[in-house]
Design a protein around this ligand. Structure first.
Ligand SMILES: CC(C)(COP(=O)(O)OP(=O)(O)OC[C@H]1O[C@@H](n2cnc3c(N)ncnc32)[C@H](O)[C@@H]1OP(=O)(O)O)[C@@H](O)C(=O)NCCC(=O)NCCS
Length: 138
């Protein structure tokens, strides 16, 4: 298994992984077009796990020059509990540390147990506004 940077040709397989994990509720933010935009974003790290030539997981996040945050992580259900999630988290943490980050946060929509295992501790609450226009009209 290797962890490498996302390539545009990975998009279709990644959509299938997100769908298999019920994480594809926002194709506008997580679909192929959005993946290409993340890929082009200088602040972002967008990594995939590849096993025997097959893309089996992804992780993406950003570093703003001070703080790092993971927005999305997903491992195909057929390949979970084999250390792939840990490898993805540790590689993105290595990348962020190399850029200068001293901490890393994650947005967790569901079960937090994996993240607790990876030494993340709940300290803050994440609140979302969607669509963003709601904030402009508040
Ligand atoms: C969460 C997820 C990324 C973990 O990936 P994974 O490849 O299965 O995780 P790993 O095999 O690397 O597990 C690392 C450790 O966490 C533990 N772990 C993994 N998932 C766990 C869970 N749901 N509950 C409790 N422990 C868990 C593993 O047992 C392992 O511990 P160990 O080394 O002591 O055995 C994956 O299960 C997934 O994609 N889930 C659905 C989507 C999701 O919830 N994404 C995260 C929010 S963005």
């Amino acid at each position: 298994m290797i962890i490498r940077d996302f390539r545009p040709e990975d998009a279709e397989a990644l959509v299938n992984i997100l769908k298999a994990n019920q994480q594809y509720g926002h194709p506008d933010m997580d679909g192929p077009e959005a993946m290409l935009q993340v890929h082009r974003c200088q602040a972002a790290e967008f990594l995939v796990a590849e096993k025997e030539g097959q893309v089996v997981g992804l992780i993406r996040g950003t570093f703003d020059g001070s703080r790092a945050i993971i927005y999305l992580a997903s491992v195909h259900p057929d390949h979970q509990r084999q250390g792939i999630g840990r490898a993805l988290v540790q590689e993105i943490a290595r990348r962020f540390k190399a850029r200068g980050a001293s901490s890393i946060s994650v947005i967790v929509p569901g079960d937090a147990d994996f993240w607790k295992k990876m030494k993340f501790r709940q300290t803050t609450r994440v609140m979302h506004a969607f669509p963003i226009d709601q904030v402009l009209e508040a």
